[in-house]
Design a protein around this ligand. Structure first.
Ligand SMILES: [Zn+2]
Length: 508
């Protein structure tokens, strides 16, 4: 017996087994029961949500030998032939591969003839937006005056590309993406029938990866069963999907909250050693940050039954809401930038370090704080050594003299108070102050407000330190010269003396 893929084997054959599209099913059932039939239907929705499946069920409802019904018998020749894909009066066209106008015209010409076997000739045109304009025009003629025995069922992922003249002649239904719970429920029904043991987490992982598509969920299930040699558990599914154990991400966020760079780097290394997918990890990290935000803002909306709930709530209490928002943005951006990074590990680590380095205004890291605060932070957390800072400022002229001759009396939160000697009061003028303030703002990477007053300079300035430094070096040079045995020999031989002022330290 050949193996039939699950997506095919478990394709819904009636409205009752089509999960997740209850709103559409309800409307169609009602129309069929009332025999209020439209001649053209348009099903829209993303891939894998059941558009063509729904089209086939509808074709059965219209052609079942028991009569037009919302509950086709599934046993008559029309029903079984439709299920087997060999019903003469069901014409399925994939517009993605049949866009030529001649083909469409030929197909539509046959619409004039009565159905050979069934009640209606049903045209299912998938990806209908791919038809050429002339093909649409050719179809429009039939849509305008459809023979009573013809039904059109159009399906598309992109209704925007369908001409409005066609749209206006169709009864439109928008199919929703499958909620994860609906996918899980369906898998839970299928697996016991297939006699395959599973754990709940494995199904949750598949449902998440399927991203709203039941077809993808069943294909992934097929792969997971093959991968797990007939069994289905979370470890195996994770391995197959290359997805990251949520505990890694929780540990990472906890390290971000604690400002703990070394732990972040260690976890990233660990993940690389296990060949985990970094793109998926950033996607999952963004989902985790969403849950943290939910826990902060709408706690009732946070799922009750997730195993990591307690740690998420703890993070929600420990992280500033603004920082969570910022980290979310950084995670999304990081994922986009991943292909540009030197390698995925580097891109991933840089993204996490960004979360560590950038903090919204006024948000401090808790406790461990200063660990690895990285150069950029140090530059903004100016350490108070004004003369040392002055050496690194790109200054000249008056502003330079102001910087070199002033003492830093205090600094707090970007407000710097400088004092210059009264004798140098000319340096305290507005234009020098403004220029120095601008240079400081650029150099420190944050807004600086500079106040300059005249008064007694009690502490060190760059200028006095320079002078003291020069003096010390001069003294050292003088000592070295006078202690030199060759110089001493000369002094003795010529009864001379060393003139101190002629000793110059060597230019460095
Ligand atoms: Zn039937």
């Amino acid at each position: 017996m050949t193996y039939q893929v699950l997506a095919r084997k478990w394709r819904p054959r009636d409205f009752a087994s089509l999960v997740g599209q209850e709103h559409v099913v309800k409307a169609l059932r009602h129309a069929l029961a009332e025999q209020r039939l439209h001649h053209a239907y348009l099903f829209t929705g993303t891939r894998g949500v059941g558009k063509t499946t729904l089209a086939r069920i509808l074709a059965k409802c219209l052609n079942c030998e028991t009569g037009i019904t919302p509950d086709p018998c599934g046993k008559c020749s029309a029903c079984t032939e439709i299920d087997a894909g060999r019903f003469m009066d069901l014409l399925e066209v994939d517009a993605a591969t049949n866009t030529k106008v001649e083909e469409m015209r030929e197909l539509l010409e046959r619409a004039q003839y009565a159905p050979t076997h069934g009640r209606f000739k049903v045209y299912v045109i998938d990806e209908v937006h791919m038809l050429s304009n002339s093909a649409f025009n050719s179809m429009l003629k039939t849509l305008e005056e459809p023979p009573a025995h013809v039904k059109f069922i159009l399906a598309t992922t992109d209704p925007q590309k369908i001409p409005v003249t066609v749209l206006s002649r169709c009864l439109q239904f928008n199919l929703k993406q499958m909620p994860r719970a609906a996918i899980v429920a369906r898998l839970e029904k299928i697996l016991p029938e297939e006699k395959i043991a599973f754990d709940a987490e494995a199904l949750a992982l598949i449902a998440r990866a399927a991203a709203g598509s039941m077809r993808d969920a069943l294909s992934l299930l097929d792969q997971a069963i093959a991968h797990g040699e007939g069994r289905l558990n979370a470890v195996g599914v994770r391995e197959m999907l290359g997805t990251v154990d949520e505990t890694y991400l929780l540990r990472l966020l906890e390290a971000v909250a604690a400002g703990d760079g070394p732990t972040i780097a260690a976890i990233a290394d660990e993940m690389q050693a296990r060949s985990l997918a970094f793109g998926g990890a950033l996607q999952d990290l963004a989902s985790l940050l969403l849950r943290v935000t939910l826990a902060q803002t709408v706690p009732a909306a946070l799922e009750q039954d997730i195993p990591e709930r307690e740690r998420i709530v703890a993070l929600a209490h420990g992280l500033d809401p603004e920082l969570v928002q910022l980290c979310y943005q950084i995670a999304l951006q990081g994922r986009e930038d991943l292909s540009l990074a030197p390698d995925e590990h580097a891109g991933f680590l840089m993204t996490l370090l960004r979360m560590l380095v950038f903090r919204p205004d006024g948000v401090a890291v808790s406790e461990k704080k200063q660990i690895n605060k990285i150069e950029i932070q140090k530059k903004i957390a100016f350490d108070g050594d004004w003369p040392a800072l002055v050496q690194h400022l790109p200054l000249s002229g008056g502003p330079k003299e102001l910087a070199r001759n002033s003492e830093l009396r205090s600094h707090d939160n970007g407000v710097f108070d400088l004092v210059v000697q009264k004798a140098m009061g000319h340096l305290a003028g507005e234009s020098y102050r403004e220029k120095l303030q601008a240079v400081l703002t650029t150099h420190l990477g944050g807004p600086v407000k500079l106040r300059v007053s005249t008064g007694e300079v009690r502490g060190a300035t760059a200028s006095t330190l320079d002078a003291a430094d020069r003096g010390a070096r001069q003294e050292q040079a003088t000592r070295a010269v006078k202690g030199d045995s060759f110089v001493q020999d000369l002094v003795n031989l010529f009864d001379g003396r060393v003139v101190d002022s002629t000793i110059r330290e060597k230019q460095r």
